[in-house]
Every structure is written in C-alpha cells, then in structure tokens.
Write a new protein. Structure first.
Length: 341
C-alpha cells in the first residue's frame, strides 16, 4: 500500500500554517505565517482581517511547504484541515482550499478538531506518550483536563468556568501594557518580579474533587492591585510574577488531582500556555513526586501550527476514517471535543 503523505492546513484563528507529514519518515516540512502584527493595534484578532490574510497567504505557503518537503503536489495522498473550533471565516478559507485541492487531485480530505490536534502534538516528538493519558490543554480559548483513552475518545474531567488560562494571561498582560497576545511577554516580565511582594490565591482548590478552573477573579485582583499600588515597572513585574504563579500553581494542583483520581501515569500538556517555562518546571517536579511521566510539544508546536493537523489527519486516514464523503463544505466554529466520541 502507498505510504501516506498528508498535507496539513491550519487557519482557525490568526496563524496561516501548512505542513507535510509522511507516515514513515515523519514531518517533512512545516511553515507558519503569523498575523499578530496585523491585529496588534486592535488589541485582539479582527475576524474579517484574519480571513483576508489567510486567503492571501495560503496558496503560496502550500507551494512552499511542498517544495521544502522535496515533493510534488501529485505525491500527496490526503489533505487534513482544521474544521473547527475557531473563527468561521478563517475556518472557511482553509476548508474550501483543502476540499478543492483534494477534489482536483482526487485524494481524500479530512476535517480535524483543532483541540484534538493540540493534545496529540506531543506525539510528534521522540519518545512520544502512549494511550491512555491525561491531557491538560491550555490555550487562549480553552483550559481543559481530559482523559484520553485512545484516538477519538475524550472524556472531559474539568474545564474553566470563565476565562481560559491564556485569556486571563492575555488580559492581564494588556493591563500591564504588554500588548496582545501577551502570555509570553508576561512570562519575561515576571522573571524580574519580586517573589515576596504579592501573594495571589489559587482559585477553586478547596474541594478536592473539583477539577474545574476559574481565573476571572485573579484577573480582577490584578486590576485592583495595579490601581492601588501604582504602575511603576517594578510593581508591574511583581504583579506579573504573582499572577503567573497563581495560574500555573492552580493548573498543577488540578492536573495532579486528575492523575490521582484516574490512576493514569502519563500527563500530556499542550496548547499555547504549555510553552510557559514556569508551568513546565512546576509540572516536571510534580510528576517526579507522583511517579508519572509528563510530555510537552516542542515550543513551536505548543501554539497553533499545521504539523499537528497533518499528523492527526495521518492517524485517521491510516485507519481509513474519512470525514468528507460528499462535496458539501462545512465548518464548526463551536465544536465540543467530547462530541467526537
Ligand atoms: O494554542 P494557541 O496558540 O491558540 C489558541 O488556540 O488559543 O494559544 C495562544 C495562547 C495565548 O493566550 C498566549 O498568550 C498563550 O497561549 N501563550 C503563553 C506563552 N506563549 C503563548 N502563555 C504563557 N506563557 C507563554 N510562554
Ligand atoms: Zn490553538
């Protein structure tokens, strides 16, 4: 049987990304164009601008990724694209492109759940995790604890009741004048913070059974603290430190509880916030105490990318699972991961 060679396309938000994954050789190429400068002045992603920019960049990126992989379009055996969740217009661009190219090349196409791809991203690394595992998925839009039995079987153990961890980091970063998205910049500022100046609470940790999160109170506390303490650079750094510690400690406490509750011995951490060094170090030391293994994607695959889309598509297509049977084009801007079961 022909070795699968999958083109991955990611356009769910403000990154246009393309990758080629080959079943036997692994990842052959991956390219990303970020729109962050385009949206910076607006303090958040402007959906219409995002769609237009995807349209401009997608075709050249596909050509570049195929060339970088040393292939021709005719070498592809399938196309995987992000079908949701995300911005409807942005998803449409990738979906229509992928379905049209698949039709033209007479190869199967498959719509991928963006969050499923995030949580499988650590499998692109050496010594990948094996099923079952607990996944902590922390991005700008989601904070989820998931029991992953096997490919396609996802049981929600906990989620945020208000802001996602990345969203809370971004909003506080904005408050500190760091721009958008500010999670990574807040991490840098926190390095110069005084660890003893402010101590923020770890929200919702009292009930040992509770695996849900709530971060909006911390965000409000950051705002009132900044108002009362003034906005000198050192105060901002001290605040960034206290805020980051509170968020990351809470993620560690709840992940450890999920591990203890399920007796599963592997923890996978994925999504943009998993790039955070403080979180990685705290989880590594917690995993030693628990006697479990913890897995992270490489930095560039923590945030949105197409390598994870191509890889997830390859897993499904190798099982002969195709989502696209007719010529209708569908996207799912809101799509629950548990709905995939
Ligand atoms: O997964 P992602 O690229 O996009 C979504 O699907 O949301 O995650 C983006 C989020 C943003 O909130 C960003 O501030 C956060 O990940 N982020 C970080 C770091 N790098 C990105 N948060 C904390 N520390 C970082 N180093
Ligand atoms: Zn994402």
């Amino acid at each position: 049987m022909k070795n699968l060679c999958i083109l991955g396309i990611e356009t769910s938000c403000d990154e246009t990304a393309v990758a080629v994954y080959q079943e036997r050789k692994g990842l052959l190429s991956h390219i990303l164009h970020t729109q962050s400068k385009l949206h910076a002045d607006y303090g958040g992603v402007v959906p219409e601008l995002a769609s237009r920019d995807h349209i401009q960049n997608l075709a050249p990126l596909v050509h570049a990724a195929i060339k970088q992989a040393g292939l021709e379009l005719s070498d592809l055996t399938g196309i995987a694209y992000t079908q949701g969740p995300g911005l409807v217009g942005a998803l449409m661009v990738g979906t229509v492109f992928a379905r049209s190219l698949g039709y033209a090349l007479s190869i199967p196409t498959i719509g991928i759940h963006h969050l499923e791809a995030h949580l499988l991203a650590p499998m692109l690394e050496n010594n990948p995790p094996e099923f079952p595992f607990i996944a902590l998925l922390v991005s700008g839009g989601h904070t989820l604890l998931i029991k992953v039995e096997e490919l396609g079987h996802y049981q929600m153990l906990g989620e945020t009741l208000d802001d996602a961890a990345g969203e809370a980091l971004d909003k506080t970063a904005k408050l500190l004048g760091l721009g958008y998205p500010g999670g990574a910049k807040l991490e840098v500022l926190a390095k110069t913070g005084n660890p003893n100046r402010f101590k923020f609470p770890r929200p919702m940790v009292k009930n040992p059974q509770d695996l849900n999160f709530s971060f909006s109170g911390l965000k409000t506390l950051a705002m009132t603290t900044l108002r009362s303490e003034g906005s000198e650079l050192q105060t901002k750094a001290d605040l960034a430190y206290a805020f980051q510690e509170a968020i990351m400690d809470t993620l560690v406490i709840k992940s450890s509880r999920a591990i203890k509750k399920t007796q599963i011995e592997s923890l996978v951490v994925a999504g943009g916030v998993s790039a955070n060094q403080t979180l990685r170090e705290k989880l590594k030391s917690a995993s030693k105490e628990l006697g479990i293994r913890v897995f992270f994607p490489r930095h560039e695959f923590c945030t949105d990318n197409a390598a994870m889309i191509a890889y997830t598509g390859c897993l499904y297509l190798s099982q002969k699972k195709y989502s696209d049977q007719n010529l209708e084009v569908e996207v799912y801007p809101r799509w629950k991961l548990s709905a995939k079961d």
